[in-house]
Design a protein around this ligand. Sequence first.
Ligand SMILES: [Zn+2]
Length: 242
Amino acid sequence: MEKYYTADAIIIKGISYGEGHRIFTFYGKEEGKFSAVARGVKKPKSKLNGHLQLGNRCDLQLIHGKSLDTVSQAVAKETYPHLRESASLYFYASYFLELLNDFVAERVVDPALFQLLDTVLKGLAEKEPAKLTRFFELKLLALSGYQPDFHRCAVCGEEIKAGFLNPRFHGIICEKCGNGYEITPKTLFALNYLADTETRLVRRLKTDDATDQLMGKVTKMLIEHSLEKKVKSLAILNRDQL
Ligand SMILES: [Zn+2]
């Protein structure tokens, strides 16, 4: 095995480690999720510190280690500057990073997921962060193999235009199969639109507040179903604001 390797990766998590070190979790274009330590990064003279910030996309040089790899060089090539200018956008970005971290296993390579993360972080510059969040959640579910079919009842498979959200099922159910939180036709239409569209077209979807809130309820339940645990951010952030 070569001692050194390089990666094009986005920083999805960072934790303090020992005296002045940090362990970062990266999502790499060709590596998937992996962790590496940046030694001395918290010391004032560190050249890495300015580059190794949460959410940055970096060109990395790493050294293989027995238990943990080491970051030897890092150059941020995309800092998504709009995220540093708005606390609210930074929250959205943090949620994206944490959700991705929770969904993916180590070293599972998925260039489509890397591309998705890069485009949604860029997309936060263009307003409509709540819709972009629903979009990211639905795409992440789909790429992870958990995409529900919003055209059909999750129990009997009948075609639906409206239905109910019920925590027992991963998806929307029809009135014959049970009840729960009522999901309007407008909401199902909007969810279908976001599930099938691409990042740049997210803003074209026009919705009212009620629909936005219902979409948030649906994706939250689907995510919780999929992770079988509450994502920490869901509790921290006021989801009505997301
Ligand atoms: Zn049904």
